[in-house]
Write a protein that binds this ligand. Structure first.
Ligand SMILES: Nc1ncnc2c1ncn2[C@@H]1O[C@H](COP(=O)(O)OP(=O)(O)OP(=O)(O)O)[C@@H](O)[C@H]1O
Ligand SMILES: [Mg+2]
Length: 252
């Protein structure tokens, strides 16, 4: 069976894209599936979160022409692998800008990986630039992490338009797998209002599981460990396990 493809997308910075990508990938890997994490961000945060070396060849080198499985790195979690991101990716936006097929480089680069992995997760940078478009041209599913904050709805509308434009022009297969609330605090009125508004509007698209603000989730990356390897019984670990089950259910 071909790999199930997911992209973690939000043009806003710091909303939990990388945290969700690393932890959901790691939890799904721990269930026995073979998972590849692809770091498409020049910040290299996803790579660091799973102890992959951002100085070794990774996503950039693969896109730039090396069809070579050897770029994939092991991680501390069994069945979890990583193509590292890093500063090289920043230049790729410029390198690809004038090419006709500029949005299809990631798709070509990942062709050989489809039969090897059960899931491939791509972590996007916080913009809607060429790298992000490459991820959207490649994927089947889009996971949207959202923070429960005042301008959430505006940002979400832009994302919906982007995905619907991509569906028309670049990738008819694409669909949103769900909207996940991140850094949720149930005692905050604003959090609850935002969740209610967005749930009313987007209904079943919203995942049932909300990820709480949890200090163990923010500590884990500095140890190079996903939450299930760092503190599996933390509130964050539990929530991501529940969310992982929802993702598996929806990614058919
Ligand atoms: N549920 C949570 N509880 C506490 N801290 C969190 C939680 N989710 C994410 N964080 C922290 O918030 C910060 C931003 O999260 P993350 O890096 O996942 O966002 P991002 O959307 O990938 O950011 P960027 O747009 O810069 O790539 C990180 O320091 C992360 O550890
Ligand atoms: Mg990130």
């Amino acid at each position: 069976m071909a790999a199930k493809k997911l992209v973690f997308l939000n043009q806003k910075g710091g909303v939990g894209k990388t945290t969700s990508c690393a932890n959901l990938g790691s939890i799904i890997a721990s269930m026995g599936y073979k998972v590849l994490l692809v770091d498409l961000d020049s910040q290299g945060n996803l790579s660091s979160a799973v102890s992959a070396d951002t100085m070794l060849p990774g996503t950039y080198e693969l896109i730039a022409g090396g069809k070579d499985q050897d770029f994939v790195q092991n991680t501390p979690v069994q069945n979890l692998y990583c193509l590292s991101g890093g500063i090289n990716l920043a230049g790729l936006n410029v390198e690809l800008a004038n090419l006709n097929d500029r949005n299809h480089y990631l798709k070509k680069a990942l062709e050989g990986f489809d039969d090897i992995y059960d899931y491939i997760f791509v972590d996007c940078p916080p913009d809607l630039g060429i790298l992000t478009m490459n991820a959207l041209a490649w994927t089947k599913y889009v996971f949207i992490p959202m923070q429960c904050e005042y301008f959430a709805m505006e940002g979400l509308n832009l994302l919906m338009r982007t995905v619907s434009n991509v569906k028309k022009s670049l990738n008819p297969e694409i669909e949103i797998i769900g909207i996940g609330f991140m850094m949720y605090s149930k005692r905050s009125n604003l959090s609850n209002e935002v969740v209610e508004d967005i749930s009313n509007y987007f209904d079943k698209l919203v995942f049932k599981t909300k990820i709480p603000r949890n200090v163990r989730l923010s500590e884990a990356p500095s140890h190079g460990l996903p939450i299930n390897a760092y503190d599996n019984s933390s509130a964050g670990g539990k929530a991501y396990r529940e969310l992982a089950l929802e993702v598996i259910d929806r990614a058919i």
